[in-house]
Design a binder for this molecule. Structure first.
Ligand code: SF4
Length: 223
């Protein structure tokens, strides 16, 4: 959306209807489950408007929970056999929607569920759900993450840009040394900038012990 999206607040529903941008099968391209076949549920709308954001999430429709579950279950199978056990819920910002029931239904069907959040909103969800938090800096610094979210976060992922001072280094958002930290070069759609971003992320990983995360789905030509 490149900062052009409206900043949306909490979507009020009892969780039986959610705003869905798209549901599609792919390989998880980033983070701890990189390379795994996965079904992505992209929820519509975000409460932030980052100017580098290359994701479309404003063409969403309101979809019944049963339909979402049916679609995920169908897409997870090939020739009647389940080949994807990972469901990634992303956005936009997933936690602006009441996704508790969605998570419970997926966990009950033995899916491993991972949520990717910017860390500004949180809600209590099924204990088995994994949360990856990628904090964002909209020009006024990074906020400290709330304690209840930090306790649930399995990994933190920071975007790194060599030319943008807001994304040059990994900030302290309250992480302890027990939470793995990933550094991912920001895609700025500029070959020179991207090369420098990769170098800066590589340097941080080597010097400070972070994990380097590349957007392998883009390298592979996947969504
Ligand atoms: S928080 Fe994520 S989805 Fe929302 S605008 Fe920023 S980069 Fe895009």
């Amino acid at each position: 959306m490149f900062g052009k999206n409206p900043k949306r607040g909490i979507f009020k529903s009892d969780g039986t209807i959610l705003q869905i941008e798209e549901i599609f099968p792919t390989l998880q391209g980033e983070g701890p489950h990189v390379g795994k076949p996965a079904i992505f549920i992209r929820l519509g709308g975000c409460n932030l408007a980052c100017d580098f954001c290359d994701t479309e999430f404003e063409s969403f429709k309101e979809v019944q929970l049963d339909e979402i579950i049916d679609e995920v279950t169908k897409l997870a199978k090939r020739k009647g056999r389940r080949v994807s056990n990972l469901v990634v819920i992303t956005g936009g910002e997933p936690f602006r929607q009441p996704l508790e029931k969605l998570c419970d239904e997926l966990v009950a069907r033995d899916f491993l569920v991972q949520i990717e959040t910017n860390g500004t909103i949180f809600r209590k969800i099924n204990e088995k759900v994994e949360i990856i938090c990628s904090p964002k800096n909209e020009g006024n610094g990074y906020g400290r993450l709330r304690d209840d979210l930090l306790k649930r976060v399995m990994a933190l992922k920071f975007l790194i840009s060599d030319s943008n001072k807001d994304y040059y280094d990994v900030p302290d958002v309250g992480q302890s040394k027990d939470i793995p930290v990933y550094v991912q070069p920001m895609d700025e759609y500029d070959e020179d900038k991207n090369r420098n971003n990769l170098e800066q992320a590589k340097k941080l990983a080597l010097e400070k012990g972070y994990y380097l995360s590349l957007q392998t789905h883009k390298i592979l030509g996947l969504r």
